[in-house]
Design a protein around this ligand. Sequence first.
Ligand code: 4AD
Length: 559
Amino acid sequence: MHHVQAYAVVYVNETKGHDETGQGTESAPYATALGAMLARGPDVTVMIRKGDEGTYEPLSASGVKKAKKMYDMTIKKKQKAGEQAAQEAERAEQDRKKLEDSKKIVIEPPSDAAPAKRIKICAGVQNRDVRVKVCGWVHRLRSQKDRMFLVLRDGTGYLQCVLQGALIQTYDALTLTLESSVELYGVIKTLPEGKTAPDNHELVVDYWTCVGKAPGGDDAIMNRVSENADPSILADNRHLVLRGETASAILRVRAAVLDGFRAEFASSGMLEVTPPCMVQTQVEGGATLFQFDYYGQKSFLTQSSQLYLETCLPALGDVYCVQESFRAEKSHTRRHLSEYTHLEIELAFVSFDDLLSHIEQDICGMVDRVLKDDKTRALIEQLNPGFQPPKRPFLRLNYKDAIAYLNEHNITNEHGEPHKIGDDIAEAAERKMTDQLGVPILLHSFPREIKAFYMKRVPGDEAFTESVDLLMPGVGEIVGGSMRMTGHDELLDAYKREGIDPSPYYWYTEQRKYGTCEHGGYGLGVERLLAWLTNRWTVRECSLYPRLSLIHISEPTRP
Ligand code: 4AD
């Protein structure tokens, strides 16, 4: 604090003075003329000096003018800031009072209200103009002076709701946040021309309650899961991500795809079975087995239900299952999960050609069924604009021709070398070829060495197998299948070649003893099919709670 003294003369030293602690004396000068005026009023006589040299001189006329101008501006700014602060304080006080008062506002259903019919949002159209009760979560929220619009979400759809009057003056209304759960009562009215909302109607609310308030501030949903957040943050917050429009749309399409397959399979006389996940046999090689202790015995999580499906053929005819498969993958890629949903089918008395046609029919039949449903078609359009069902017939490409294609198009293996017959075509090369061709490819007749022990040999070309992968643009392999060996002894030979102890497989081997037949089947990765259908960068987006390899390799990031 400065003493207010009647000194008309104040001293300013631009290098040694202090505006805050100075007193305007020669020994304790101010640092600037403005500082002097702010402390002592604008009408002082300013004596000024730089450093210790020379004497104090009166400030020049232009210096005085400039300092006064600055003084006026500073005073005005201070006044304005003061006014603003006062206004803000007043507003805050009003808000506080409004909030305090709002606690006293109690709303009741209108006395003449009809009893409300509890409906889900998907039944809104059939229930317009009658009083309904709808429950759900606040998906969007927008307040205007005299009304509040919220978009309610209940999993079956979205419903615009409008609240006004006392309904928006309660404490719950003033503090409502996104993701809060609410129960709303009122009448669904068709929207006037020119206004848009889901299903072209809105719920005019006459009474509501807040069931569970969601946090605001730092913990608000938007701060937990923003769209461009780091993938690891989104993975940790998957439970909240699922509430978003994209993640939930994918899960809806997923359900529709499974329904579509089931309908397609039922129409061709196939039966669904549910094989176990805990097994003591391998199907697709020991390298990716998850092992666990089963009452002291070495056991595995299943890699494929194929062997069980084969045993069902004589009992139930053609069968399929939708079962989790587990693979201890050694790398973390965008199309590998450690646990995935495996749709597998097995067909009796078929040729390899029948099997290839079946794969094509199953995929196309499922897609046609899914697109027939308006809601699912809209979801696919939302996720994958312009999606067109694949053209039939699918391209059938022999493995040997694929190797030739890769070499003709300079697509090399992982080591930058040309491919040769016998190579397992790596993911990157396969993807490149598939994207170049731009159509679904039934790539078939792989070499025996790179395929599983049970596969049937190509008659007359025994180094190759009647095996097939279905490759889709954008994703690569979504289906793997084959014809199976039918002979008892050739299967025993196959176990031996692979170093597999045949004893735990006796039940599988005996299929060849008790009425063998030509048969084959395939497995489809549901998440991979979805990544293709909904145009997702990774299968992780297509799984409810993805389980991933913990071994990290760098992979190309999303373009
Ligand atoms: O090609 P795979 O290994 O074939 C089998 O398991 C056969 N026994 C199936 C049969 O004939 N019944 O796997 C089949 C499909 C693959 O084409 C791929 O779509 C999917 O399963 N798949 C995976 N999906 C996600 N993450 C993984 N780690 C996968 N491994 C295979």
